[in-house]
Design a protein around this ligand. Structure first.
Ligand code: 9Z3
Length: 303
């Protein structure tokens, strides 16, 4: 199925028009600022109409949410399109610090911080600054179809060289077309009928539409996730040749927090996070975003 037929056969998510209006307003509010669209987390593909079960793509949302914080530090306005309940910028630090154990109830009336949370003050400050200056807008998705609609809608609004599109979400390559799903499973599939045979179809590659039709003026960064190191460079380069965008970030599932490859037409740059950096609390996304910022600036000068 091509991407046009995909959109024709799947209706837009609830509140789609309202969300698009919000994003339009956000973009016009930041007319003179660089804007980054970050996608984050994994998509789900329901296997039943009334969904109890679904096929999910792995991603905690660390890459996307951490990158969002560093793009804000680098003076970008951020559109954060993320999988509902995956990690969010700033909030992720609180989830990691056993927050509930550090709070106590006072006189059954209020909540007091029992232990030191001072290390989170800079995070909270940055969150408050980003909110009060309206520098970040977060939009959740759950299913592949919601993601596809929102991605297309946002990309069409971001056809500008000041915009950066950073596709960190883990998007399913496979799905079940709605007409096939209805026939098989209008209601929850019953186990007494034995194991269902489910035929998954290919999801159309929308990267071509982003780079060629929806946002050809933007600086576009895609991610390539592999588990086999011997495929990472070649598949990333294939993507660059096919989609003609600016950068692929290659990573392997098990080393993604410590090593990535920035792959463009004529060079490959390895980024490693040293053990010392890791101990000092430095995140690889900080390095990635600094490097991308420089490349985006060069792109702006050249265009
Ligand atoms: C990535 O490769 C991300 O870096 C991760 C981040 C999903 C590995 P976490 O959120 O993980 O920190 O837990 N994202 C892109 C994955 C993807 O589906 N890429 C497609 C592919 O590899 C191309 S669009 O074919």
């Amino acid at each position: 199925m091509d991407w046009e037929s995909f959109y024709n056969s799947h209706s837009s998510p609830a509140s789609y028009e309202i969300i698009i209006t919000e994003i339009k307003q956000f973009i016009s509010h930041h007319e003179n600022k660089k804007i980054v669209l970050i996608t984050s987390g994994g998509t789900t593909v329901p296997i039943e109409q009334n969904t109890v079960r679904f096929v999910d793509n792995f991603s905690a949302g660390t890459r996307g949410s951490a990158s969002a914080e560093y793009f804000l530090d680098s003076d970008y306005a951020v559109i954060f399109l993320y999988r509902s309940k995956s990690l969010e910028p700033f909030l992720r630090h609180f989830l990691n610090s056993k927050l509930l154990d550090k709070l106590e109830i006072v006189n059954n009336k209020s909540i007091q911080v029992k232990e030191d949370l001072e290390n989170l003050i800079p995070v909270l400050k940055k969150y408050k600054d980003a909110k009060s200056s309206n520098n970040i807008i977060s939009i959740p998705f759950t299913t592949l179809v919601e993601y596809m609609w929102l991605l297309r809608g946002f990309c069409k609004l971001l056809n500008n060289r000041y915009c950066l599109i950073y596709l960190a979400a883990a998007v399913s390559d496979f799905y079940i077309p709605p007409n096939e799903m209805v026939k098989k499973a209008e209601h929850k599939i019953q186990s007494k009928d034995g194991p269902p045979v489910i035929a998954l179809r290919m999801v159309p590659k929308v990267l071509m539409a982003i780079t060629q039709i929806w946002s050809p003026k933007a600086f576009i960064v895609s991610f390539k996730l592999e588990t086999d190191n011997s495929l990472l460079e070649s598949k990333s380069k294939d993507a660059l040749i096919k989609y003609k965008h600016q950068l692929v970030i290659g990573n392997l599932l098990h080393t993604r927090k410590y090593h990535v490859k920035l792959i463009c037409q004529n060079e490959i740059e390895d980024i490693y996070l040293s053990e010392k950096d890791n101990k000092d609390g430095i995140e690889i996304e900080d390095i990635i975003v600094k490097k991308i910022k420089i490349r985006h600036e060069v792109f702006l000068k050249m265009n």
